[in-house]
Structures are given as C-alpha cells and as structure tokens.
Design a protein around this ligand. Structure first.
Ligand code: PRP
Ligand code: MN
Ligand code: MG
Length: 186
C-alpha cells in the first residue's frame, strides 16, 4: 500500500529483511569496536540516499556515536560517471584521530565511495570503514574494501529505503524495482 504501491513491480528486499540485517550489521560493528567502547564512533552518512539507513542503523547500534553527514555529487553527466566527485556539504568537524564509519545506502559503480574514502583518509582519521546496506555487482571492479555489506543485489535499478528515482520513492520502507511504465512516463 501507500502512495507508490502501484508503481512497484517487485520487492527486492523487504522491510523485515532490512531490519534484521541492520541488527546483524550492528552486532558486527559493536564486536569490532568493542576495544574502543568508550570512544564514540563517527558515523558519516552520504546524503541523500543514506538518510534512512543512517537513522535505523544509528538507533540499532549499541555503541556511542556521533552523527555527521556529507553530500557529494559526481561531476558532469550522470550517465558517464568519471569518478570525480564534488563536495556539496562537507563534514562539520575534524576527523583526525577518530574512528570513522561511512554509512552508504548502495554501492553501484563504487566510484563515489572510492573517491570519498581517499578524501577522508587524507584527513588522518584513526580508521575509516564502510557500512553499506546494498551492493551491486559492478562494485567489485573498484578496489574498495567494504567490511560491512547488507545485501548483494542484482544489477537492476532499485528504489526505496533512501534510494530515489528522480528524487521520489526514498520514503518506501523496502527496496524494490519500479514498473517499466514509470520510467516511460517520466
Ligand atoms: C547514489 C547512492 C550512492 C551512489 C552509488 O547516490 O546513494 O551514494 O549513488 O553510486 P556509485 O557506486 O556508482 O558511485 P546519488 O548520487 O544518486 O545521490 P543521492 O544519494 O542523493 O540519491
Ligand atoms: Mn547517494
Ligand atoms: Mg540518487
């Protein structure tokens, strides 16, 4: 149901499966950072897509956190990603000496993340890791290590749970594929 029900062809990851996976991911992160139980982990969400995952993941994580966001955008045409990224909104604070966990909704080509990790690493953090809810097959082409991945999904255009098509569908509680006629009508 909901305002977009008629636009959805198929559910790829259900709301229940997402929430279960977030618990799993949170337990892994907690275990890995147990030695630093008193120092807050700096969660860096990548706007806009990560806002829903960030909200659920941060609330599930039993480890002190500080929440930051960055907004980035690929230069030039959106169809031919050059891997050159522009910062639209930078972090509000210094991350030197901090343990950073980048929170992403999806890794597709991996270009956004690969650029972002280099950029963050240059700021001398104690560590930088990534948690991504979704990963597409092309991501293997980019040499980026992602220790926390929720679901490997097929190479289809998906929306929901933060992911958009023309800025819509981000509020859906699940991840799904749109009916072909939705693209035709846009
Ligand atoms: C999407 C997604 C990731 C990125 C992944 O963001 O949220 O951030 O693309 O693609 P890549 O691995 O090929 O770089 P988008 O640029 O659409 O911005 P948005 O989050 O504001 O929707
Ligand atoms: Mn994004
Ligand atoms: Mg988008």
């Amino acid at each position: 149901d909901g305002p977009y029900a008629a636009d959805i062809e198929r559910v790829v990851v259900s709301a229940t499966d997402i929430q279960e996976k977030i618990s799993e991911l949170a337990r892994k992160v907690e275990a890995d950072f147990q030695a630093d139980a008193s120092s807050p982990l700096l969660l860096v969400g990548v706007l806009k897509g990560a806002f829903v995952f960030m909200a659920d993941f941060a609330r599930e994580l039993r480890h002190p956190t500080e929440i930051e966001f960055m907004a980035v955008s690929s230069y030039g045409s959106s169809t031919t990603s050059s891997g050159v990224v522009r910062i639209l909104k930078d972090l509000d604070r210094d991350i030197a000496g901090r343990h950073v966990l980048v929170v992403e909704d999806i890794i597709d080509s991996g270009l956004t993340l690969s650029w972002l990790l280099k950029n963050l690493a240059s700021r001398n953090p104690a560590s930088v890791r990534v948690v991504a809810l979704l990963r597409k097959p092309d991501a293997v082409k980019v040499p980026v290590e992602v220790p926390y991945v929720g679901f490997d999904i097929p190479n289809e255009f998906v929306v929901g749970y933060g992911l958009d098509y023309a800025e819509q569908y981000r509020g859906l509680p699940f991840v799904g594929v749109l009916k072909p006629q939705v693209y035709g009508a846009a």
